[in-house]
Design a protein around this ligand. Structure first.
Ligand code: URA
Length: 201
């Protein structure tokens, strides 16, 4: 791990930029190899993540590991993190000001890891990159912007609660290896400002 990433983790662990720092047990910066080609971005730490300081270690994490295994990956092969780094009390939804306070951490993380694919898990992660997109239409549709492929899927926890989404998540995951293989050939939408206006999903 480079010194910059290590330094970023230290900043996150000590962060007090929003109210969640007062109720957390541990901040959860994220984990995985800095050279990872794929980054998975969830919503926020839950109970178990807060206890352990690691992302996706509860039931959603177990399902995420199953999904990764189904496409030949282990969790140690990819980078896993969240939009916000501290658990909202009672697992409530993150507030806009909490997402905003945490925004620079995720931006810096992505700038250091330089993934080929960013898989957004759930609607909070999707709207971090595409504020107007709807998960119901965006999921399973890759978009390449400035060299990075963004690939929205439903959140594994949502699929655990809503059985009808489970096969949808499984199918969307199955396309990831193929996406990685043909990444160079995917057309790039160009500068993010323009791409966002296109609202293509
Ligand atoms: N759900 C998330 O979005 N992130 C986690 O780390 C765990 C559950």
């Amino acid at each position: 791990m480079t010194r910059e990433l290590e330094q970023l983790y230290q900043e996150i662990i000590r962060c007090q930029k929003c109210i969640l720092s007062q109720s957390r047990r541990n901040a959860v910066p994220g984990e995985g190899p800095q050279e990872a080609e794929i980054v998975f971005i969830g919503e926020a730490p839950g109970f178990h993540e807060d206890q352990q300081g690691r992302p996706f270690v509860g039931s959603a994490g177990k399902f995420l590991e199953e999904l990764l295994a189904s496409i030949g990956f282990g969790r140690e092969d990819v980078y896993i993190c969240n939009v916000i780094k501290c658990r909202p009390p009672g697992n409530r939804e993150p507030l806009p000001k909490e997402i905003e306070a945490c925004q620079p951490y995720l931006d810096r993380q992505l700038a250091l890891i330089k993934p080929k694919i960013v898989v957004t898990l759930g609607r909070f992660s999707l709207s971090r990159f595409f504020p107007n997109a709807k998960i119901s239409t965006a999921h399973g549709r890759p978009r390449k912007i400035e060299g990075i492929v963004y690939y929205p899927v439903y959140h594994p926890a949502a699929a655990l609660h809503q059985p009808r989404w489970r096969p949808v998540v499984e199918e969307d995951f199955k396309r990831i290896p193929e996406l990685l293989a043909r990444i160079e050939r995917l057309p790039d939408e160009g500068p993010r400002e323009n791409a966002q206006q296109l609202s293509l999903f």
